[in-house]
Design a protein around this ligand. Structure first.
Ligand SMILES: C[S@@+](CC[C@H](N)C(=O)[O-])C[C@H]1O[C@@H](n2cnc3c(N)ncnc32)[C@H](O)[C@@H]1O
Length: 220
């Protein structure tokens, strides 16, 4: 895998500016969703698209042993001190069938244009009864079609109904204008879980007053 990954260019910005801007509390409800949907457990918890590994400590606090994969060596440079990592594509995980009890993807599905294939791969490496937790940008209220300039009056323009990739955004302080993002309308996103053979168990939303994050717990 010699090719440079999109996040290599912005890894330092992501670690020192983007994540630092969310360090006060849990403004998007990501940590709350992780605690509620992953819950406590034992054994390895694989984060696909782990980035800089910012959630490793919380995963450990929940009793799991965090491990991560990501395609970006720039992001993994920051992650290495936080959890064991491998550079790998989430659609071809270097993990055997039915090997794991937990897999998570946090704020990563919009970076994976073939997310249904990633979901199938997550299901492959989970053992029966294993848990998959997805936490991602809310498909209904976030995307190139959503203008969040006024947090109290989010404006939804046409575009939600069509899956697409875009760099369009209301802000130049986010990720989408820098590396782009894929949009999946809610039914298509959820169908991806079902097609992968995962059973949907619980849902959560995070961010006020209009959610920024949508999260799912599914089980093999
Ligand atoms: C927005 S970052 C999220 C990182 C981390 N989960 C977090 O919440 O801070 C998305 C990450 O997904 C990674 N990624 C994108 N496509 C991937 C793929 N096919 N396989 C593994 N990682 C991928 C990117 O390199 C990037 O680090």
């Amino acid at each position: 895998m010699g090719r440079r990954a999109a996040y290599d260019e912005i890894a330092d910005w992501y670690e020192y500016e983007f994540l630092a801007g969310q360090a006060d509390g849990d403004p998007l409800g990501i940590r709350e969703a992780l605690a509620a949907l992953l819950g406590t457990g034992r054994g390895a918890c694989l984060e696909i698209g782990c980035g800089t590994g910012v959630y490793a400590a919380q995963i450990r606090q929940l009793g799991w042993t965090p491990v991560g994969v990501d395609v970006s060596s720039g992001m993994l440079r920051h992650a290495r001190g936080r959890l064991p990592v491998a550079r790998a594509d989430a659609s071809r995980l270097p993990v055997g069938d039915s090997a794991l009890g937990a897999v998570i993807a946090v704020m990563a599905h919009t970076d994976m244009p073939d997310y249904p294939a990633v979901l199938r791969e997550a299901a492959r490496v989970l053992h029966a009864g294993g848990v998959f937790v997805h936490i991602g940008v809310h498909p209904c209220f976030c995307g190139g079609f959503a203008d969040r300039t006024e947090p109290d009056a989010v404006l939804i323009r046409p575009g939600y109904l069509d899956g697409h990739w875009t760099t369009a955004t209301w802000t130049d302080e986010g990720v989408r204008d820098k590396v782009g993002a894929t949009h999946w309308p809610l039914p298509e996103l959820l169908h991806g879980f079902l097609t992968a053979g995962l059973s949907l168990e619980r849902f959560a939303e995070g961010g006020r007053p209009t959610p920024t994050v949508f999260a799912v717990r599914a089980r093999k």
